[in-house]
Design a protein around this ligand. Structure first.
Ligand code: ATP
Length: 739
C-alpha cells in the first residue's frame, strides 16, 4: 500500500514536498499549470520510467528544477515512493514486496549529466532490481496504473501488440515474462557452450584417432614382446640344461681319456724299459724318450694355442653380431626433435602446394629434406659400424696369425711324432726279445695316440660349449633388454626334454624373427600412451560436459514451455474476465451497446504504420489485441470514428475493467474525467468508488463530482517564484482552488 511520496528538486517541486496517502481515494486539485501532473510524473519517474516523452521532457535536465528569480536551479531531482510492506492476509504472512522490511522505499535520483541512481531502502541497486521487485508486487512497467493527462485513450491508439503487452501487464503476467526472458537468456548461453564444447571435440577427434592407432600398434608390440618372453623362457631353460649336461659328459670323457693315456703310457714305459739293458739299447731308449717329450711339448703348445684361438673366435662372433645389429637399425639414435623438424618441414611444403607446379616443387624440396636428413643421421651409424668392423678386422688378423702358428706347430708336431715312431722302431729292432714285443709296443703306441687324439677332440668340444654358453649369456641380456625380466625368469630344468636338437634351432630362429619385428615396431611408446590417456580423458570430460549441458538445455526448454503454457492459460482466462467487465462498464457508460477485446487473426500480411515486415517475425506466435465496439443507435466501424468523449468513455471502461479483474495496488488518474458530461461524471464517480475498494486511487481532477468521492484532498498552487506548493484542503476549498 502507498504510504507517501517524497519529491525534491523534481520539475516544479523545488523544495522537498511530501504527500501522505490515505486508505481510499486521494484527490489532487489546483489551477492549470500549478504542477499537478508533475506529481503523476514523479510516480512514473521513481518507478524507473525510461521514456522522457512520457514525462514531458527531452533530456534528463528537463526533470530537474530549473530555477527561478528567487530560487537557484537544483543539480539533482529525487523522488521516493514509500510503501507499507507490513505482512497482511489471513495469517498476516503476506508481504506485498518480497523483501523482509515493513516499509519499502523505492527511490530514484537523476543528475544534470543524465545519470540515474536507484535505491531500495537507501541501498543502491540496479534498475533491473527495481523492475523485478515491482513485477513481483503486480506493479508493471507499461504504466497501466498511471494514466497521464490526455493519455486515457493511449490503449485505444496503440498497436495490437502493445495492447497485448499492456493487458498482460495489467493481468500481472509480467513475472512470467520476466522468468521466461531469464530462461531464454540462459538457454542461449547454454547453447553457445554446447557449440563450443562440440567444436573442441571436433578439434580433438583426429588427434585422438591417430593416438588410438598408435596405441593399437603398441599393444600389438606388447603381444609380440610377451610371445618373445614365452619362447625365450623355453629356449633358455632347455639350452641351460643342455649345455650343462654336455659339459659334464665332456669333462667326464676327458678324464677317462686322460686316464687311458696315462695307463697306456705307463705300460709302454714298462715294456720299453724292461726290454732294453745294453748301452746301444739305452741310447735308443733315450732317443725315444726325447721324441716323446717333444711330442708332448708340441701337444701342450697346440692345446694352449687352441684355447687362444677359441677366445679370438668368440670375440669375433660377438663383434659380427653387434655390427649386424647396427646395420639393421641405422636410424635408431635419431633425436626426437630432429624427426619433428623433418615432419614440420614436410607439412609446411604440403600446405603450400596447391597448384600442380607447386606440388612438383614441394615434392622436390621434400626429397631434398629427406636426403639431408639421411646424410645427417646415417653417418653416425656408419661410424659405429666402422668401429665394430675395425674391431672384427683386428680379431680376424689375430685369428689368421694364430692359425698360421698352429699350422707350423702341427707340422712340427707331426714331425716329432714320426721321429718318435722311427725311434721306437729302432728300439724294437735292436731288441732281441722278438717280434711279439715289437707288435705289443706298436699296438700300445697306436692306442696312446688314439687316446690323445680323443682328448684333443674333447677339449675342443668343451671350448665350443664355452663359446655357446657365452653366446647364450649375450642372448639373455638382449632378451632382457627387449622383452623385460620375464624373458629370463624361468625354472631350471631337471633334464633335457626328449626332442630333436632342431626344435631348439627353430626356437632360436623365431626369437630372432620376433626381435627384428620388435625393433621395427620401435620403443615402448610411454609418451604416446601418456598422451593417449590424457587426450581420451579430456574427450571423456568433454562428452560428460556436453551431456550435462544438453540436460540443462532440455530443462530450460521445458521450463520455457511450462511458462508459455502458464502464460497462455492465465492470459486467456484473464482476457475472458476483462472482456466480461469491459462489456458491462461500456454498456453502463453508453447506456447500451457493447465492446470486446479480440485476438488478432494470425498471419497478418498488412502492417501498421511504421512497422517493418521484419518486426513481425520476432513474435509470430503471439497475436495482438483488437478492440471492437458497438454504440447504441450508431454504426461505428472503427475506433477512429468515435468522438473525443466517446473515446474517453471507451478507454475508461477498459481501464476500469482491467483494474477490476486484477486490482493494481494503486491507480493514478490524471484528468481522465476531463471530457465527461454531468451524467457520465456521476457514473465515473460510482466506478471510482467501486475500484477504490481494491486499489488505492489518486485522482488529479477539476471535476467537482470526482472531488466529492475523495477522502483526502490536496491543493497544488504555484506562486510568482514558479515553485509548486502543496496544502491539505477541504472539499469547498478544493472546489474553489480548482477553478
Ligand atoms: P493543468 O491543470 O493545466 O494540466 P498542471 O497543474 O497539471 O496543469 P503541470 O503540467 O503539472 O501543471 O505543471 C507544469 C508546470 O511545471 C509549468 O509551470 C512548468 O513551467 C513547470 N515545470 C516543468 N518542468 C520544470 C522544471 N524543470 N523546473 C521548473 N519548473 C518546471
Amino acid at each position: 500500500m502507498l504510504k507517501r511520496l517524497e519529491i525534491a528538486g523534481f520539475k516544479s517541486f523545488a523544495k522537498k514536498t511530501t504527500l501522505d496517502f490515505a486508505n481510499a481515494t486521494t484527490a489532487i486539485v489546483g489551477p492549470n499549470g500549478s504542477g499537478k501532473s508533475n506529481v503523476a510524473e514523479a510516480f512514473r519517474f521513481a518507478l524507473g520510467e525510461q521514456s522522457m516523452k512520457s514525462m514531458r521532457g527531452k533530456r534528463a535536465e528537463d526533470l530537474i528544477w530549473s530555477g527561478s528569480a528567487s530560487s537557484p536551479r537544483a543539480n539533482r531531482a529525487a523522488v521516493a515512493i514509500v510503501f507499507d510492506n507490513a505482512p497482511k492476509g489471513p495469517l498476516r504472512g503476506q508481504r506485498q514486496f518480497k523483501v523482509d522490511f515493513d516499509e519499502v522505499s523505492i527511490e530514484r535520483a537523476v543528475f544534470r549529466d543524465g545519470s540515474s541512481e536507484y535505491s531500495i531502502n537507501g541501498s543502491r541497486v540496479r534498475l533491473r532490481d527495481i523492475d523485478e521487485l515491482l513485477a513481483g508486487a503486480n506493479i508493471g512497467e507499461t504504466g497501466h496504473h498511471i494514466i497521464s493527462q490526455g493519455e486515457a485513450d493511449r490503449i485505444l491508439l496503440s498497436n495490437p501488440h502493445e495492447r497485448r503487452q499492456m493487458l498482460e501487464d495489467a493481468l500481472g503476467l509480467a513475472v512470467y515474462e520476466f522468468k521466461k526472458a531469464e530462461s531464454e537468456k540462459k538457454l542461449v548461453k547454454t547453447e553457445e557452450n554446447i557449440n563450443q564444447v562440440q567444436g573442441l571435440r571436433r578439434e580433438l577427434s583426429p588427434h585422438l584417432r591417430f593416438l588410438e592407432k598408435q596405441v593399437e600398434k603398441l599393444e600389438r608390440a606388447d603381444e609380440m614382446r610377451s610371445e618373445l618372453a614365452r619362447v625365450c623362457q623355453t629356449y633358455f631353460a632347455i639350452e641351460d640344461r643342455y649345455l650343462a649336461s654336455e659339459k659334464k659328459s665332456v669333462a667326464r670323457d676327458i678324464v677317462a681319456a686322460g686316464e687311458r693315456t696315462a695307463r697306456v703310457t705307463a705300460e709302454l714305459n714298462q715294456i720299453e724299459e724292461g726290454a732294453t739293458t745294453d748301452a746301444e739299447g739305452g741310447k735308443r731308449l733315450a732317443e725315444v724318450r726325447k721324441w716323446e717329450s717333444e711330442v708332448e711339448r708340441f701337444g701342450n703348445e697346440r692345446s694352449a694355442l687352441a684355447r687362444e684361438l677359441g677366445r679370438v673366435e668368440g670375440g669375433l662372433a660377438a663383434a659380427k653380431r653387434r655390427s649386424a645389429e647396427v646395420a639393421r637399425e641405422p636410424y635408431a639414435k635419431v633425436p626426437r626433435e630432429d624427426l619433428a623438424a623433418l615432419r614440420d618441414e614436410v607439412e609446411r611444403q604440403v600446405e603450400r602446394a596447391s597448384t600442380p607446379d607447386a606440388i612438383a616443387a614441394a615434392l622436390k624440396s621434400i626429397a631434398n629434406a629427406v636426403r639431408a636428413f639421411m646424410e645427417r643421421f646415417a653417418a653416425p651409424a656408419d661410424d659405429v659400424l666402422a668401429e665394430e668392423e675395425k674391431a672384427a678386422y683386428a680379431l680376424e688378423r689375430e685369428k689368421t696369425e694364430l692359425s698360421e702358428k698352429e699350422a707350423k706347430l702341427a707340422k712340427d708336431h707331426e714331425h716329432a711324432k714320426s721321429a718318435l715312431a722311427r725311434a721306437r722302431e729302432a728300439l724294437t729292432a735292436h731288441d732281441e726279445t722278438g717280434k711279439e714285443m715289437r707288435r705289443r709296443i706298436l699296438g700300445l703306441a697306436e692306442e696312446k695316440a688314439k687316446a690323445e687324439g680323443e682328448q684333443v677332440r674333447l677339449e675342443s668340444h668343451g671350448r665350443e660349449l664355452d663359446l655357446l654358453a657365452a653366446e647364450l649369456g649375450g642372448g639373455k641380456a638382449e632378451a632382457l633388454a627387449i622383452a623385460g625380466t620375464s624373458a629370463v625368469s624361468y625354472a631350471p630344468l631337471e633334464m633335457v626334454p626328449v626332442e630333436e636338437r632342431k626344435a631348439q634351432e627353430d626356437r632360436k630362429k623365431s626369437i630372432e624373427r620376433l626381435k627384428i619385428r620388435l625393433e621395427e615396431a620401435g620403443g615402448t611408446g610411454e609418451d604416446i600412451r601418456t598422451e593417449y590417456k590424457d587426450v581420451s580423458e579430456r574427450e571423456a570430460f568433454l562428452a560428460r560436459e556436453l551431456d550435462d549441458l544438453g540436460k540443462s538445455a532440455a530443462g530450460l526448454r521445458s521450463l520455457i514451455d511450462d511458462l508459455d503454457t502458464e502464460l497462455a492459460k492465465h492470459f486467456s482466462e484473464g482476457l475472458a474476465k476483462v472482456n466480461a467487465a469491459f462489456g458491462e462498464f461500456f454498456a453502463l457508460m453508453f447506456g447500451g451497446g457493447g465492446a470486446r477485446l479480440t485476438l488478432e487473426a494470425p498471419e497478418r500480411d498488412d502492417f501498421e504504420d511504421g512497422e517493418e515486415p521484419g518486426d513481425e517475425v520476432k513474435e509470430p506466435e503471439r497475436p495482438g489485441i483488437e478492440i471492437s465496439v458497438t454504440i447504441p443507435k450508431k454504426r461505428v466501424q472503427s475506433l477512429m470514428q468515435l468522438s473525443g468523449g466517446e473515446r474517453a468513455l471507451t478507454s475508461i471502461a477498459l481501464i476500469f475493467a482491467m483494474s477490476q479483474v486484477n486490482p493494481p495496488p494503486f491507480l493514478i488518474l490524471d484528468e481522465t474525467d476531463a471530457a465527461l458530461d454531468e451524467a457520465n461524471s456521476r457514473r465515473y464517480g460510482d466506478m471510482i468508488e467501486n475500484l477504490a475498494r481494491k486499489s488505492q486511487l489518486i485522482v488529479i481532477t477539476h471535476n467537482r463530482e470526482t472531488m466529492g468521492r475523495a477522502s483526502v484532498l490536496y491543493g497544488v498552487t504555484m506562486g510568482g517564484d514558479g515553485i509548486s506548493k502543496l496544502l491539505s484542503v477541504k472539499f469547498d476549498e478544493a472546489v474553489a482552488v480548482a477553478k
